[in-house]
Design a protein around this ligand. Structure first.
Ligand SMILES: Nc1ncnc2c1ncn2[C@@H]1O[C@H](COP(=O)(O)OP(=O)(O)OP(=O)(O)O)[C@@H](O)[C@H]1O
Length: 243
């Protein structure tokens, strides 16, 4: 479903954030990316949907090489790849529903998107998505009145409105306390299991990665340090990773 072949990301012609990574992620996998700060986790995730262009290598989504795609085709592929940010990426002064509807824009003509015109189907999808993350009662509440954990659940609902096949999440729980982080991770698990959405998630907290992910890819200095099933991790390896 996601295939990376010898992918590198070089910033300003000198900082090699991702160093020749090859990786195959199958449909429905829940993959945690771990590693020290600066090891390239964020750059790796962002290069998968071309938020950051790779300086080398090929990226395939469902066997389609995305590098040669023109705007419209790239937009179609990106619509199927949700991206969740650490800082939620919501419009704070807008309601929960308005924020979630933004996830439908990829399905609208440019004119309808410009005027923010949504139809009954859009509202239905948005409300279903909010139910999925247990926030249907907050639908008319302004985003700035929510807790961090609730904001991240709104971000998940917004992404679900895209009807994604893949969700990439960049440190989505690192600003949250443990209990809110677990609640948010529980929702990732639900969308992975119920909707069969493939998830790649960057996590600082190894215990969360072990608890929720089926596979863990560890990065060190932009390279894969290890790649294994979550159940196979051992403390020695983790010690080496974080040395
Ligand atoms: N836009 C950018 N321009 C220049 N250098 C960058 C840029 N983004 C990241 N870097 C550098 O690339 C390297 C990898 O950063 P990246 O953010 O991918 O790592 P990370 O593992 O996600 O770190 P963190 O856990 O702190 O977010 C670092 O040296 C970082 O300073």
């Amino acid at each position: 479903m996601i295939k990376l072949e010898n992918v590198s990301v070089l910033y300003n012609k000198k900082i090699l954030a991702v160093d020749n990574i090859s990786l195959n992620i199958g449909k429905g996998e829940f993959v945690g990316i771990i590693g020290l700060s600066g090891s390239g986790k964020s750059s790796l995730l962002k290069t998968i949907n071309f938020l950051v262009k790779p300086s080398n290598g090929n990226i395939y989504i469902d066997d389609t090489d995305i590098a040669p795609l023109r705007d419209r085709e790239l937009r179609r592929i990106r619509r199927e790849i949700g991206f969740i940010f650490q800082d939620y990426n919501l419009v704070e002064r807008s309601s929960v529903l308005e924020n979630v509807l933004v996830g439908r824009l990829g399905y609208k003509s440019s004119l309808k998107s410009f005027f923010g015109l949504f139809d009954d189907e859009d509202y239905k999808v948005a409300i279903d998505a909010l139910k999925q993350v247990g926030l249907e009662e907050k639908i008319f509440v302004r985003a700035d009145q929510l807790s961090g954990g609730q904001k991240q659940r709104v971000a998940i609902a917004k992404t679900l409105c895209q009807r994604p096949k893949i969700v990439l999440a960049d440190e989505p729980v690192s600003s949250l306390d443990l209990s809110s982080a677990q609640t948010v991770m529980d929702y990732f698990k639900v969308i992975n299991e119920k909707r069969k959405i493939t998830i790649m998630i960057n996590l600082h907290d190894v215990s969360l990665a072990k608890k929720y992910c089926s596979r863990i890819v560890a990065l060190k200095s932009g390279k894969i340090f290890f790649d294994r099933e979550a159940g196979d991790l051992d403390d020695q390896q983790l010690q080496k990773l974080y040395q």
